[in-house]
Design a protein around this ligand. Sequence first.
Ligand code: ASN
Ligand code: ZN
Length: 332
Amino acid sequence: VLAETGTGQGHYVGTVPVESTLGSQGVYSMVDPTRGAGRTYDASLGRRGVNPLVTDTDNLWGDGTLADPQTTAVDAHHGAAATWDFYEDGFGRIGIGDDGVGASSLVHAGRFANAFWDDYCFCMTYGDGRGGLGPLTSYDIVGHEMTHGVTSATAGLVYRGEPGGLNEATSDILGTMVEFSADSATDPGDYVLGGEVFTRYDPATRYIRRMDDPHADGLSLSCYSRRVARVDVHYSSGPANHFFYLLAEGSGAKEINGIAHDSPTCDGSAVSGIGREQATAIWYRALTIYMTPRTDYRAARGATVQAAKDLYGPGSVPVVAVRSAWSAVRVG
Ligand code: ASN
Ligand code: ZN
């Protein structure tokens, strides 16, 4: 088999290189030899639970429309590559498990609006969407799902209560940073989770979650309170998402890549941001060095303060900003 670079047109990612493998039959497979042999399979072509790899004869994949089933495979395969590169380039992490092994992606899993990471198959499953949503394969969702694998391999935050909210927030935070790092012309970065997958695109009103103002969805919590223990982990993630947004970007109204963001603090304080790069480095270090399966909000504050001290020095601007941003969401 030979490593090859083809070209793909995804629905979200636009025109991108596709790393593939050329077999002896002259057929290309969606297996990325440059990233741990990460593979992309098509469930719609599966028989008796066995799903074939996505294959092609000319190494030109998808046409950007959802009429071509390869289009969603391009989004998933390229999103997995972008996630791999985010972790390797940013933190020297080689794959989700930091063991050089690529994850698998399964596209066209059915007419449902969700996506899942599974630690046991080391794979993602993507629904094709329904009810106003397209395939769940935008950069932020791919990054969110694969980050569940990173969390499992590191902090191991349990998926309930406060640690569960922090597990979900870690996926939203680092999935969003995957979207920014991809620096895509067709899907530039924003703090709106899943806005891209809505057929009638309107990130002001249609999204899965947003980090600048989590409670804008009516269900997520923007501010820490004892209620975090009583809501679903996708809503108790809110205070940590809000913390991260404030840490990176600061409070107040701000346009980012053409999308309006506005982050009111919970205590009326003004917070100035330290930028995405430092905020991401702090969260990643806290996750991989200091958080444990039972880390709660209070401990997450301690973990991120310690990570910021390690990286930038005690008393540094980032350490002060971490404290201010947690206090602004009522953790502290
Ligand atoms: N898409 C969801 C998530 O990754 C699936 C779930 O509820 N675990 O959070
Ligand atoms: Zn999740």
